[in-house]
Design a protein around this ligand. Sequence first.
Ligand code: PMT
Length: 400
Amino acid sequence: MYREKRILLGVSGGIAAYKAVELLRLLVKAGADVHVVMTRNACEFVAPLTFQTLSGNPVHCELFNLIQEREIGHISLADRADLCIVAPATANVIGKVANGIADDLLTTTLMATKAPVLFVPAMNVNMWDNPLYRQNQERLVHHGYHFMTPAVGELACGWEGQGKLPEPAAIFDFAQDLVGSRDLAGRTVLVTAGPTREELDPVRYLSNHSSGKMGYAIARAARNRGARVILVSGPVALAPPEKVELVRVDTAREMHAAVLARCDEADVVVKAAAVADFRPAERAAGKMKKGDRQQTTLELVRNPDILADLGRRRGKALLVGFAAETDDLLENARKKLCDKGLDLIVANDVTEPGAGFGQETNIVRILDCNGTVETFPCLPKDEVAYRLLDLVRQRLSPGE
Ligand code: PMT
C-alpha cells in the first residue's frame, strides 16, 4: 500500500515526538518515500538528524530556508505528497489549521496540500477534553481531515487518561486506509443514520438514543474513499459532513420514502439508523392532557421495515444492515441478515461498554450471508466504518 507513495510526516513539539521515529522507520520499510517537516518545538525533543538519517531525505524545519526553497520550495512539499501524517499533533498545530493560521512550514504545508491529512493528537488529558480543542477537531473533521483517537494511559505530564500517542504500528495501520485508497470512486453509497421520531402530539415523541455518529462516520469514510454519498439522516446534533448529499427526515415513514426514492442510484446501502419499529396509532392535534388518569395505554402500530423492503426489491445495491442487540448477539443478527435478505450485517451489543448508542467507539462483529463472521475489537467509529467498507469493497463486482 505504501510502496512508492510520498508521505509527508509532520512532527510537532511533544514528548511523543520520539515515537514518530519508529513510525518513520515502518513507513520507509514499507517502501514509502518519507519527507519530514518538524516544528521548531519538535526539534527540541528529537534531533532532525535522526529523521534525516532514517528517511534518507532532508528534514524541513524553516518556512524560508534559502537552499531548500531553491531546490524544493515549500509549496511543492504540499503538492507532491500522497498523504500527510502529523504525529504527534499538538493542540497548537490542530488549533492553527482549524482556524486558517499558517505561520510556520508545517501549518503552511498542511493548508496548501490537496492530499489527505491525518492528525494523530497527543496532549494532556485536560487539553484533550477542552471544548475549544474539541471544536477545532470537529471543524477539521467536518472539512475532511482525518483523526486518530489518542490512547488512554499514563501521560508524560503525570496525569492518567486519554491523550497518549497511539503506538506507531497502529498509526501505520490506520493511515494505510488513507493513502491513495479511492477504491469507491465511481460508486454511490446511501447511508442512513440517527434515530427516527414518532410524534404523540405536538410536544412529545417516541425515539431512541442514536446520536448518528456511527452512520455519519460511514458517510465520511465512503466520501473519503471516493464514493458519492447520499446520507439520509434522522434528527441529530451533528454537523452535516461536507461533500455529502444530506436528506433530513424525522419519522420512519419519511426515512422509508427517502430511501426508496434514492436506492436505485446506489451501489451500496448501509442502514446504520435506529428506526422506530412502531409509532403511535394516532397523533393528537393538541397537547394530550393527563386529566384525572393514574395510568393510560398507548396504542402503537407497525412502521414499515425499510431494510426488509429493500431486500424484497433486490435491486443492484449491496445491502448492509446493522443489528443493535442486548442479548444473543450473533443469533439475532443472523436472523435479521436472512429475514431481511442482506449481504452483510454489523452486529453490536449495545449494552457493552464502549459500544452502541452515543459512544465514540463501537465493538462490532460483521456477518455475511455465507456465515463468515469478522470480529473487531473496540475501535473509534471512524475505524469501524473503514473496516466495514473494506468488506463492502471486496463484495462489489470488480471493475464496475
Ligand atoms: O447512532 P449512534 O449513537 O452512533 O449509535 C449507533 C447505533 C447503535 C444506532 C448503530 O450501531 C446500530 O446498531 N444501528 C441499528 C439500530 C437498529 O435499529 O437496529 P435493529 O436491530 O432494530 O434493526 C435492524 C436493521 O433494520 C437496522 O439496519 C435498521 O436500520 C433496519 N430497520 C429497522 C427497523 C425498521 N423499521 N426499518 C429498518 O430499516
